[in-house]
Structure formats: C-alpha cells, structure tokens
Design a protein around this ligand. Structure first.
Ligand code: PLP
Length: 434
C-alpha cells in the first residue's frame, strides 16, 4: 500500500458518520480475543464491555471484526486531536527516527524544554510557569503532592469526596470516588483529609475546626471539574471560595486537569471558566493525543525544590514530547477549542431534546465536549451504556449513576446528530426492558 492510499484509508475512516456493524457485537474475533486476554492479563483491569480496537481515525474506531464504532470515549478522554491524527503521527515518526530516548532528568533534552515553554505560555495563571513532565496523570499528581509539601514545609493535603486523582499510593489516597479503588491497599498516605466538593462550609466548619489547623495544610488538590465522579460542574463561586481560603491560609491551590484539560471544556483548561488562577496545574491524558505524557505545571515561585529532589527516567521522553508539541499545534491550527464548544453545545441541546422524550434520562449536564448524563441508578446507566455499545456507539459510565461523553475534540456535527439518534434508540431499548 502506498502512503497516499494509507492516508486515504485514514481519511475515509475518519469521514464516517455512523457506525457500520458487520457482525454481531461482540463479533467472533473480539470474543476469541477476550478469552485469550482473560488468561494472561491482570483481573484488576475494569473492562466496561467487550470492545477491542484495531485502528482509529478521528472520532471513529474499528474493532477486530471490522465493525466501525463512533467513539464518544476518546480512549478515555485521551485522543484529543482524534485517533492517529496525521500531524501527530508524522511528528512521532520523525522523532522516532531521530532519537527514541535520553533521560531528561540527568541530561538536557531540548524537546522536553520545548514542551515546558509551551506549557509556560498556556498555563492558566499569570507570571511564569515551570513544569515537571511525567508519564501519566497519577505521577503528575504525586509530583504535585511532593512539591506542595516541600515548598510549603507543611505536611497536610486536602482532597474531596467523589474525586479521582489516580492509583499510585499518594494519588489513590486523594482519590475518593469509589471505595474499591482504595480497598485492601491501606494504610494510605498519612495527613490527607477529605472534604465535600461544592460545600462552602465543610472545610472551615469540619476540616479546619476539628481535624487540622489550616497553617499545617500544604495544598488543596481539586479536580477543576469532577470527572470519574460523574462529570459534574462546580457550583457558582466554588473556586473563588477555594482561592480565597488558600490565600487566607497560605495553602497552594492544585487543580487536577488530567481529564478536564487540553480543550475538552472549550478552553484549554476548565479552570479558565471559573475566573480563578491556581498555583499548580496537573495535566495528562489528552496532552499528547495518546502517547503517555503528564505534566505538573507550577508557578515559578513555588518550584523551589532542590536539585535531585525529583526526577524520572522516562518522564517527558522524546516521543510523547513530539506528540504533545504536534497536539498543541493541531489544537491551535484547527481551532479545536472552538470546535469543542460549537459541536458540544449543539450535542448538549440535542441531548436535552432527547431527555424531554425519555424520563429514564434524568439529567443532562456539562459544557462543550464534557458531558454527563444522569440516570436513576448505576444499573440503568450501565444498561444504556451496553445497549449503545451493541449499536456501535462507545460511551462509558462514571460516578454512581452516570454516563460520560468525552469524544475527541475533532468530533463533528454530523457524527453528533447520528450519535443522538443511536443513543435514543439505546434508551428506547432499555425502557422496553432490553
Ligand atoms: N486525575 C484525573 C482527574 C483523572 O481522571 C485521572 C485518570 O482518569 C488521573 C488523575 C490519573 O491518570 P492516569 O490514569 O494517567 O494515571
């Protein structure tokens, strides 16, 4: 196959508007694969339904049986520029030929600084930013915990119920969306307390009054918008309240934008909608369109830790950095923030219209391509998720009773219209007891 034919194939796949199913779902190849996988992979992996992708383009993915799905997951909020965007792929290929690896911790890696310069330009706070690059969201959260403790000389960290910050020991201690993420792993990191997201009294009245003096608190770590906990937006004034509280007590405000960042909200960072500037931002997922990269971006004055205090062999290695630079360019050049806002608002309006005909769908919430759908309970949400899957629409449950919609930022209006039709068919099927 020539390069132009491959390119055509990618474009043809990306141009699809609706699912095209050629076997029952899951088909024979996927069923065989699921059996093979079950013998050798960790049973801890929380597979939602039997979907096994072979390739993807834009907002479309094809499974092992040649079935074509519309992807409202973006491989969970990761493939920001769409699956295998040609400019991202080209940047990775070029970088792979030049240099696969050199550790940026012990030596100078120019492309690492290139990414940090771009993050400095993009950071949602005034003044200069410095960044520490990692391989994942959870490592970026760990870096934020360590930096906050080290720069303030304080040990306590506050996080929130319903939040998700990752699964390594520090970040899983902050995570409080589901007890199963923490079960049997204790003891957790000491000196972490949880408060209620969106409650304007709990911090002062309970945490600071009864549990910990605020001048011993290094950081409040908060998801700008609650992701895994249900795709929930904060109440009006929540971040202004947290900012004021942090300023009053010399606490760092750390915004976890691993899921809400990189344009999904219609702005680069969801916190930009809230009119408040954090001290540290944690990024991951969509930052490199699918290659493993995370970032802990801090106001320059807080990056006060000593040489050797923190590092990583792979964090910010050349391929993910090349993918990130291409991702930033594509988001700018293709106006993907504008696209996320336009297509997302139309999609939200369409979902509210569907809701008016189907009381099973209790709530439609969100902004741009960050959309949460609320149901009466988790079983209903799962039934709708699975019915949609059987019709070729990929969505994922979250929280106690919700489905999240987080397609690539290149998601198109024609695909949104088709998705609404299929989603409504899934609702009808579940209403009928299917
Ligand atoms: N923070 C948030 C808000 C997340 O949604 C996630 C993952 O879903 C993480 C942190 C952890 O990221 P990772 O799975 O890359 O470690």
């Amino acid at each position: 196959m020539t390069i132009s034919e491959e390119q055509l194939t990618h474009e043809a796949l990306a141009a699809k508007v609706r699912p095209e199913l050629v076997t029952e779902i899951p088909g024979p190849a996927v069923r065989a694969h699921v059996e093979r996988d079950a013998r050798v992979t960790s049973p801890s992996l929380p597979r939602a339904y039997p979907f096994a992708p072979r390739r993807g383009a834009g907002s479309v993915v094809e499974d092992l049986d040649g079935n074509i799905f519309i992807d409202l997951n973006a491989g969970i909020a990761v493939t920001s520029t769409g699956h295998s965007h040609p400019r991202v792929v080209e940047a990775i290929e070029r970088q792979a030929r030049d240099l696969l690896h050199y550790s940026a911790s012990d030596f100078y890696l120019p492309i690492y600084a290139d990414v940090c310069e771009r993050l400095d330009e993009m950071a949602p706070f005034s003044g200069r930013a410095r960044s520490f690059l990692t391989n994942s969201g959870t490592e970026s959260v760990e870096a934020a915990i360590k930096l906050s403790r080290s720069t303030t000389g304080r040990q306590y960290v506050i996080a929130f119920f319903q939040s998700f910050h990752g699964r390594s020991m520090g970040s899983v201690t902050l995570t409080a969306s589901k007890a199963k993420y923490r079960a049997h792993f204790g003891p957790m990191l000491p000196s972490v307390h949880h408060a209620i997201y969106g409650d304007f009294e709990y911090l002062d009245e309970v945490v600071f009054k009864r549990l910990v003096a605020p001048d011993e608190v290094a950081a409040i770590v908060v998801e700008s918008w609650l992701g895994e906990g249900g795709y929930i937006l904060p109440p009006e004034g929540w971040f202004a309240y947290l900012r004021e509280l942090c300023d009053r007590h010399g606490i760092l405000l750390v915004c976890d934008e691993v899921q809400s960042g990189m344009g999904r909200s219609g702005k680069m960072w969801a916190i930009e909608h809230e009119g408040v500037e954090p001290d540290i931002v944690v990024a991951g997922k969509g930052i490199a369109s699918g290659l493993p990269l995370g970032a802990m971006i801090a106001r320059e004055e807080h990056m006060s830790w000593e040489t050797g205090a923190h590092g990583s062999t792979y964090g910010g290695s050349p391929l993910p950095c090349a993918a990130a630079l291409a991702t930033f360019d594509v988001i700018r050049d293709e106006d993907l923030l504008g696209n996320a806002s336009r297509v997302g608002e139309g999609f939200l309006a369409g979902l509210r219209d569907v809701q008016s005909r189907h009381p099973l769908l209790r709530e439609v919430r969100g902004k741009a391509l960050w959309i949460g759908l609320g149901f009466a309970d988790g079983d209903t949400a799962q039934a709708v998720e699975k019915a949609a899957f059987r019709k070729g629409l990929l969505m994922l449950t979250c929280g106690d009773d919700a489905i999240r919609i987080s397609p690539p930022l290149v998601f198109r209006e024609d695909q949104a219209r088709a998705s609404l039709e299929i989603f409504e068919e899934a609702l009808v099927e579940v209403e009928a007891g299917g």
